[in-house]
Design a protein around this ligand. Structure first.
Ligand SMILES: [Zn+2]
Length: 228
């Protein structure tokens, strides 16, 4: 059994979530957006109860283009805590998704869950750790804790930084490797680094496949899974 990772201290004032949700829906000029904008708070409430013992303090959750429109979701901590979920999460064939033993979970709900893990880390530590936030022991701890609760067929191993490769623009691309000691929960396989950074999606998930990014790596254009 994987232990629940550490959480921010104290109970969150849940009435704040209701206030945020009401204000967000009132502010929408478009009916479809109003529905989505309410959904994201409903999911925040659901996941906070299911996995975070209601200890995450509610924050704004906005359905909006993330910075440069480049990522499916973002979590910000300073100076204001908020989460952004890209409208693209409601498009394409990805409108339903299985999540371990649960079926029919909306993929946008899973992006909300992903961002809430970032928020849990930030609220616990007073900010994000500078290392890759998808390879920290805390991140891997949350992935394993939630995966086991819902029967995801993956175990997440601790990662260590491998040799950095430079791409054509001289940008260093981090390479992550599994630590040797990675034990695998029975009935599951070890998640790849991409699946670890795209938790809780499996690599073949429609939302990921339909939103691949083109990156230039060593002069070649390569499709990579989206970031969030
Ligand atoms: Zn992330």
């Amino acid at each position: 059994m994987f232990k629940q990772p550490d959480l921010p201290p104290g109970k969150a004032p849940l009435s704040n979530l209701t206030k945020l949700r009401d204000v967000a829906a009132i502010g929408c000029i478009d009916n479809e957006l109003a529905i989505r904008q309410t959904q994201v708070y409903d999911w925040f409430e659901m996941w906070n109860e299911a996995f975070f013992s209601n200890r995450l303090r509610p924050v704004h959750v906005n359905v909006s283009l993330t910075d440069y429109g480049a990522t499916l979701g973002r979590c910000f901590y300073l100076p204001v805590q908020f989460i952004e979920i890209h409208p693209q999460c409601w498009k394409g064939n990805a409108d339903h998704h299985s999540f371990g033993s649960s079926t029919d979970v909306h993929p946008a709900a899973l992006v909300v869950l992903h961002e809430m893990i970032h928020l849990a880390e930030a609220q616990l530590q007073g900010g994000f750790s500078d290392a890759n936030c998808h390879a920290t022991p805390l991140w891997v701890g949350w992935c394993n804790f939630i995966a086991e609760q819902v029967d995801l067929p993956l175990t997440y191993g601790r990662m260590k930084r491998g040799k950095a490769k430079a791409d054509a623009d001289g940008r260093r691309a981090n390479v992550w490797k599994h630590e040797k000691d990675a034990g695998v929960r029975p009935g599951t396989r070890l998640a790849s680094y991409d699946e670890t950074r795209c938790f809780p999606f499996l690599e073949n998930a429609a939302l990921l496949q339909e939103n691949k990014e083109i990156r230039k790596i060593q002069g070649k254009e390569v499709e990579v899974l989206p970031s969030f």
